[in-house]
Design a protein around this ligand. Structure first.
Ligand code: NDP
Ligand code: PMR
Length: 393
């Protein structure tokens, strides 16, 4: 029923790129029936850190909060939890920061590339000053990631939860753009920037005395080919990682992980597969040893966020009603923020290695990842290749 209605809509959801018809996203020609299930449905030492600090870019809006001394006995402390949230200047990250700040139990480090935008955003949603600090982080620069980590460590604050939420999506660009180190931008930002960030901050999570320490990496339905949404072309596919191994530079090798021709929508979906694979690899390597909870999630289709800023205007106009009335996958920023806030702090969501989703009644459940997004061997290889690219191995 929903699919029939979808097919009647104009092809406003297609991206037209000359000579790339096979990869374009469109209502038509979508293999909808095959292998689709409803989406409702360590043993490695921490790598030595190479910290080449070149810029001092962190800015704090408020004095660092004061903390009760950590208890060596491991009993619960009453202090506020500290959560680092990347991409907290808009959309899901901002809504989550707001939800956590409102509860009064969390101090949110808003790790953002645009300080003023983040400050205005925090004010616009009414976050009280004592509940957040803004620190500069540009995930499209590994130097900036190292600088951020260095600045955070210098504050002396504990780290209780890290949320890798920021992302870029470039569905309409024909040519790839690149991070400071020359990696294709979507994978460079969404995956490699977060991978380095998580690795460098991992010992802080290990050291934290907070009752439940968590590393959360936001995933998505569109990276999961066991869903209808994940079967909308271009589909995620990391292949044998040959493009990633080549550095995604687009020079002598491909800018795409699988070594194929550049496609911005696919690069984003591939990056989400990386996010979900890395979460599981963290779980396999470190959960037993550290007790840290590793989780990913699909928060629902938040069709109104800035993620779609580079999409054509007609898409931005029709996407929210399409998701609201046809797929019924729509979720407001506020609701999605509450969902991610649950993954950060809900005592019932401590299971590690889980990809959370929510049903129509907004109840959380453990969802199934696609075959590729749960491929153990691919996750291991992705981890190892990524380590080399970000200078950890
Ligand atoms: P938004 O565009 O609203 O938020 C993305 C955030 O990432 C912004 O704060 C943006 O900063 C930040 N960001 C982008 N590039 C960088 C960078 N180089 N360094 C630091 N921060 C950066 O999108 P959403 O809120 O929708 O996306 C949040 C997460 O949710 C993403 O991981 C996305 O994949 C995921 N998601 C979203 C869905 C949706 O339907 N919207 C569905 C499923 C998952 P700035 O404000 O400066 O641009
Ligand atoms: Mg989708 C149950 C059906 C469903 C859901 C939950 C989503 C979520 N989408 C669904 C179905 C469809 N979409 C169908 C049938 C089509 C073809 C008409 C379709 C198309 C479509 C496009 C062109 N959808 C999109 C796009 C995008 O550009 C968005 C994207 O892929 O961003 C990467 C997108 C999305 N659909 C979703 C969600 C959650 C997104 C965007 C966010 C993301 O994955 O991060």
């Amino acid at each position: 029923m929903a699919l029939q209605s979808a097919a009647l809509l104009p092809c406003a959801f297609s991206i037209h790129k000359e000579g790339k018809s096979g990869k374009d996203s469109c209502f038509f020609g979508v293999p909808l029936c095959d292998h689709i299930k409803a989406d409702s449905s360590l043993k490695l030492k921490l790598g030595s850190r190479k910290q080449s600090v070149t810029r001092a870019e962190a800015v704090a809006t408020t004095a660092a909060p004061t903390f009760a001394p950590a208890t060596a006995q491991g009993k619960k402390t009453l202090r506020k939890g500290t959560v680092i949230m990347t991409g907290a200047s808009s959309g899901l990250g901002l809504a989550t920061a707001k939800a956590l700040a409102e509860g009064g139990k969390w101090h949110v480090i808003m790790a953002c590339r645009d300080f003023l935008k983040a400050e205005k955003a925090a004010k616009s949603v009414g976050m009280a000053k004592e509940n957040y600090t803004i620190m500069h982080l540009d995930l499209a620069s590994l130097d900036s990631v190292r600088q951020f980590v260095n600045n955070f460590k210098q504050t002396g604050q504990p780290l209780d939860v890290l949320v890798c939420n920021a992302a870029v999506y470039q569905p309409t660009t024909r040519e790839p753009s690149f991070t400071a180190e020359g990696f294709e931008l979507s994978v460079g930002t969404n995956h490699l920037g977060h991978f380095l960030l998580s690795r460098l901050l991992f010992d802080d999570l290990v050291k934290s005395d907070y009752p439940s320490r968590r590393l959360i990496i936001v995933g998505s339905i569109t990276g999961n080919t066991n869903t209808l949404a994940g079967n909308v072309p271009p589909k995620a596919n990391l292949g044998d990682l040959r493009g990633l191994q080549g550095g995604l530079s687009g020079l002598n090798t491909s800018s795409m992980i699988d070594g194929g021709e550049f496609d911005g929508a696919k690069a984003y979906k591939d990056s989400k597969v990386c996010n979900m694979l890395i979460m599981q690899e963290f779980h396999r390597r470190f959960h037993e040893e550290t007790g840290i909870t590793f989780a990913s999630l699909y928060p629902g289709c938040i069709a109104t966020t800035g993620l779609f800023r580079e999409h054509i205007p007609l898409f931005r106009l029709l996407f929210p009603p399409f998701q609201k009335f046809i797929t019924k996958g729509f979720v407001s920023e506020e609701e999605a923020g509450k969902r991610l806030a649950q993954v950060v702090s809900d005592p019932s969501l401590t299971k590690s290695g889980v990809y959370w989703s929510w049903n129509k009644d907004s109840a959380s459940f453990e969802n199934q990842l696609s075959q590729e997004a749960s491929d153990i061997e691919k996750a291991r290889k992705l981890w190892e290749v990524s380590e080399k690219l970000v200078g950890l191995a």
